[in-house]
Design a protein around this ligand. Structure first.
Ligand SMILES: [Zn+2]
Length: 64
């Protein structure tokens, strides 16, 4: 069984940029687009995903 904590990005295993650890907590994130919301256009906010290193806490964000 492959651990769910291991993250593969574009065919490569993600490793923490800071400490080199390979286990992450996955969270969903949004770009901060408050100025768009004032136009009622929140639907255009880009959704992304972030992986937080379980060792040092560094957050790696990806927006596709
Ligand atoms: Zn780390």
């Amino acid at each position: 069984m492959v651990s769910e904590d291991i993250v593969i990005i574009s065919g490569k295993q993600l490793r923490c940029l800071i400490c080199g650890f390979s286990e992450f907590k996955k969270v969903y994130t949004k770009l901060n687009r408050k100025w768009l919301a004032s136009f009622g256009a929140e639907m255009f906010g880009e959704e992304g995903v972030a992986y937080i290193c379980k060792n040092c806490g560094y957050k790696h964000e990806f927006f596709k």
